[in-house]
Design a protein. Structure first.
Length: 336
């Protein structure tokens, strides 16, 4: 295994972490749209909290998939073909969600807006389920033959343990979205979001903790168990900070939860990129799945110049739209 292969394994793990953190609260807001939004004005407030950033957050999924394709083509081919059907549903949901954000305000009709709000809600539930299933499959593996190809039916990625991983991402997204709304809104909406996050956290994060325990028991090491403990402790801290009405600290603690969870998952996965659930000798390793040394050098140079620009731009966007918003900031309904 070369240094660049190891570096790109870490970079891809970082990309997935960025996606889970940023799209986690993004999806959570959409999932909670009919729960916390009592009328159209409050739902507009909720949509506006993520309006400037949701499309930028989705870039992390494209980057994670693209980096996997470029740096580890065999990993990309085996994993994405093995989870083809769930990923197709994710793609359709993301398309519908993006259209809904643009279309919900185009007609001054309550029925029109509620229809698109349902599309946003559905389009916010399906992707975390699909992405959670994909990441769980990456960590827990697929039945592979000696050539690294998936064997069995197209539904080999759908098992109780991978479904637990899917629920883990959904549960985190719900809590993260409620915490984000508590951080970004004001008035009664903000208080309801904080109370909901406080009530959801002990229950909604249980699948994540259970999934981490499963992967740790199956293939964990001593140091990955430390990351698991950090994730659990951070979840407790997030709950305590929510109870103390410290929205920013609770939101940051939830970031630590998912960061430590990612360290646990990819730490357990190393040095494989896709374990074999049949014969362990058929597991796809970092060295086997990696692109050529020349290709890795080229994409390293591209990332060295491109990644900082993306991070600066996205950070600037969050800084510009950092203030809280409430119903008093929403203008009267108008439509062409």
């Amino acid at each position: 295994m070369t240094t660049l292969q190891l570096v790109w394994f870490g970079i891809i793990a970082l990309f997935w972490l960025g996606y889970l953190f940023l799209e986690g609260f993004d999806f959570g807001v959409g999932m909670l749209l009919p729960v916390l939004g009592r009328d159209n004005t409050e739902r507009r407030v909720m949509v506006n909290t993520i309006g400037p950033v949701w499309d930028g957050n989705e870039v992390w999924l494209i980057v994670a998939a693209g980096a996997t394709f470029a740096a580890f083509p065999d990993w990309y081919a085996t994993l994405f073909s093995g989870a083809y059907l769930p990923l197709l549903l994710v793609l359709l949901a993301l398309i519908g969600r993006g259209v809904a954000f643009e279309y919900r305000g185009k007609v001054d009709s309550e029925r029109w807006r509620r229809t698109w709000d349902r599309v946003i809600m559905i389009g916010s539930w399906i992707p975390p389920l699909g992405v959670g299933l994909l990441l769980a499959t990456t960590v827990l593996g697929l039945p592979l033959d000696a050539a690294g190809n998936r064997v069995g039916s197209p539904f080999e990625a759908v098992r109780w343990d991978t479904l637990l991983g899917a629920l883990a991402v959904v549960g985190f997204s719900l809590v993260h979205g409620a915490a984000f709304l508590a951080l970004k809104t004001s008035g009664s909406l903000r208080e309801r979001a904080r109370v909901l996050a406080l009530r959801l956290l002990p229950v909604a994060l249980l699948p994540l903790v259970a999934f981490l325990i499963v992967v740790q028991v199956r293939a964990g090491q001593a140091w990955t168990s430390v990351a698991l403990v950090v994730s659990v402790v951070a979840a407790i801290v997030a709950w305590l900070r929510l109870r103390a009405d410290r929205d920013g600290q609770a939101f940051a603690a939830l970031g630590v939860v998912i960061a430590a969870a990612a360290v646990t998952m990819f730490g357990v996965l190393y040095p494989n990129v896709l374990p074999s659930t049949g014969d362990p000798a058929n597991s796809l390793t970092i060295a086997q799945a990696a692109a050529s040394p020349y290709a890795l050098k080229v994409i390293t140079w591209v990332a060295a110049f491109g990644a900082p620009a993306v991070l600066v731009y996205q950070g600037w966007t969050y800084w510009v739209f950092r203030k809280r918003i409430g119903v008093q900031h929403i203008p009267a309904v108008h439509a062409p």
